[in-house]
Write a protein that binds this ligand. Structure first.
Ligand code: PLP
Length: 392
């Protein structure tokens, strides 16, 4: 059983997807155009953002979101070390410096209390070293499909005049207090990489924003910074979305609500079966006094509607468990085995092991289990039984 089986999804939408691709081929218009524009309107409506701008990948979306959010060369941007590389590399591509802060030990999202501490320290360092304050933005990542604490980040943004840029790559359809991911910061980036809850037939991404001027800025930036043909006021890039991706994504978007609901049901089934197997130590402070379990289940924040891009447990002897599952043909994955501050490319930041202990511990324990809408209860049962057997 794979971690993700896209073939099963394809069987349910094959005719519609092929018709959508044929529509684009018949039009012979392959870049942006009506399919991408329609998708932009539909994503803006889904997220509750003022506008959406289709682009070539989630990584490109992050760059657009940061630049439109006001990040300039020499600025600093706070983010999490427990994310995909692009969360931090896009900060570097914007000419800025990533400032890592540890994650919350329950949700594994950026820890807002530690971010506050870091902002205060950063300001006092700037004063002492007599350099201008350059902290410009916070980039929380909605890890595994659950929003970071957006109440706290909105408050920090207001108090310290920082842009909040969401990395919502894993969180299409997720909500925070009933408001959609993508409408919670000034700008937000989504990825439609083939493994995502809403996925393209190739590379694609989209940015959303609550500010129409920023939307126009991002439209220019994705087309070489050009407001009209062969006229350039600033440096942009080719970050446009293919029409075929727009058309395929629109077919799939019609199913996203149902697919996300099924993922939530599967998560509840995993929870129940783990509990029945006696492996039910939920990852919450309330249960920390409960009997010791070698497995901790994903924590849910009460304000967040989790869309389970991944169902991630924390497991003792994680790597052995992974091999045990692989031997039984059960797919699993580690997101992420090395926190970003320990990646060689960030050695210039002078950070070392021990600097972000919660993220480092999580990197040793996290394990994503099979999760996709078409998964069945017997399959989930097989996964849980195999894990129970491993620890028996
Ligand atoms: C948290 C996060 N940020 C950014 C990205 C980058 O998206 P893409 O692969 O579409 O460039 C991804 C996905 O790969 C991601 O999971």
């Amino acid at each position: 059983m794979p971690l993700l089986d896209l073939h099963r999804q394809y069987q349910t939408i094959r005719e519609d997807v092929l018709a959508a691709i044929a529509r684009v081929c018949d039009s012979q218009a392959f870049i942006l155009g009506p399919e991408v524009e329609a998708l932009e309107h539909e994503i803006a409506a889904l997220t509750g953002a003022a506008a959406a701008v289709g682009c070539s990948s989630g990584t490109e979306a992050l760059w657009l979101a940061l630049i439109a959010g006001g990040v300039k060369p020499g600025d600093s941007v706070i983010t999490t070390p427990l994310s995909f590389f692009a969360s931090a590399s896009s900060i570097v591509r914007a000419g800025a410096i990533p400032v890592f802060v540890d994650v919350d030990h329950e949700t594994l999202n950026l820890d807002a209390a530690l971010v506050r501490k870091r902002i205060v320290e950063h300001r006092s360092e700037s004063r002492h070293e007599n350099r201008p304050e350059n902290l410009r933005a916070i980039l929380p990542v909605h890890l595994y499909g659950q929003c970071a604490d957006m109440d706290a980040f909105a408050q920090l943004g207001d108090e310290f005049n920082l842009a909040i840029v969401e990395d919502a790559a894993q969180a299409i359809g997720a909500e925070w207090r009933g408001r959609g991911a993508g409408s919670l910061g000034v700008t937000a980036a989504f990825s439609f990489y083939p493994t995502k809850n809403l996925s393209a037939y190739g590379e694609a991404g989209i940015v959303t924003t609550t500010d129409l001027e920023m939307a126009e800025h991002m439209r220019r930036l994705r087309s070489h910074g050009s407001p009209r043909r062969y006229f350039h006021e600033e440096f942009g890039w080719n970050g446009r979305m293919d029409a075929i991706q727009g058309a395929v994504l629109r077919v799939k978007l019609a199913h996203l609500g149902e697919w996300n609901r099924k993922r939530q049901q599967h998560a509840a089934t995993y929870d129940r079966l783990f509990a029945e197997a006696g492996l039910n130590s939920a990852s919450s402070s309330a249960s920390s006094k409960a009997a010791h379990s070698p497995v901790r289940l994903p924590a849910r924040s009460a304000a967040a509607t989790h869309i389970f891009h991944q169902y991630v447990i924390r497991a003792e002897r994680r790597d052995e468990l992974r091999t045990f599952l692989a031997d039984r043909k059960i797919g699993s994955e580690v997101y992420y085995p090395s926190p970003l501050h320990l990646q060689p490319v960030f050695s210039y930041l002078g950070l070392r092991e021990g600097d972000f202990p919660v993220a480092e511990q999580a990197a040793r324990e996290v394990l994503a289990l099979p999760m996709f809408a078409e998964l069945t209860e017997p399959e989930i049962r097989r996964v849980v039984e195999a894990i129970a057997e491993f620890y028996s």
